[in-house]
Design a protein around this ligand. Structure first.
Ligand code: CU
Length: 152
């Protein structure tokens, strides 16, 4: 009998807590761990600058030996979401460099057959996309793996 009553009280407290937050200490306590869990889960994931849904432009490209295929010459900014597949026979990277020569975003070296994404906020202007991995004494960029992208 006491066991049944205790269970019923717990169920009532749980449903009360779910409907009206802060009515009892129990309801409040139940609400907090959920909030904390979701907050810590999102901070442990690598945070992109924005979600693919929030992109102004989505660009699908391929990295081959030694060029980028499928890159447009201009895109709408500022939120540009790149998806890059390595369709070559060696590692490649995808570095976005501003007109001032400063890198603004990068997909670090990734292997054959891999596909990586990069969410980057680009102000209007001209950008260079390049791969600086070396093949002998030359970089892939010097071998042709370099593109210009205008962000509108
Ligand atoms: Cu490369």
């Amino acid at each position: 009998m006491p066991r049944t009553r205790a269970l019923r009280v717990a169920v009532l407290a749980a449903s009360a807590g779910a409907v009206a937050i802060g009515l009892s200490g129990c309801g409040h306590g139940e609400d907090r761990p959920g909030t904390t869990d979701s907050a810590s889960a999102s901070t442990t994931r690598p945070p992109p600058a924005f979600s693919p849904q929030a992109a102004n432009a989505s660009v699908d490209a391929k990295a081959v030996d030694y060029a980028y295929e499928g890159l447009p010459t201009s895109v709408k900014g500022p939120n540009v979401f790149f998806t890059v597949a390595n369709a070559g026979h060696t590692e490649h990277e995808f570095e976005v460099v501003g007109a001032d020569g400063e890198p603004v975003g990068e997909i670090a070296a990734f292997g054959v057959g891999e596909t990586k994404t990069l969410a980057v906020v680009l102000v209007p202007g001209s950008y260079t996309i390049q791969c600086l991995i070396k093949e002998g004494s030359k970089t892939h960029a010097e071998l042709g793996m370099k593109s210009t992208l205008t962000v509108e």
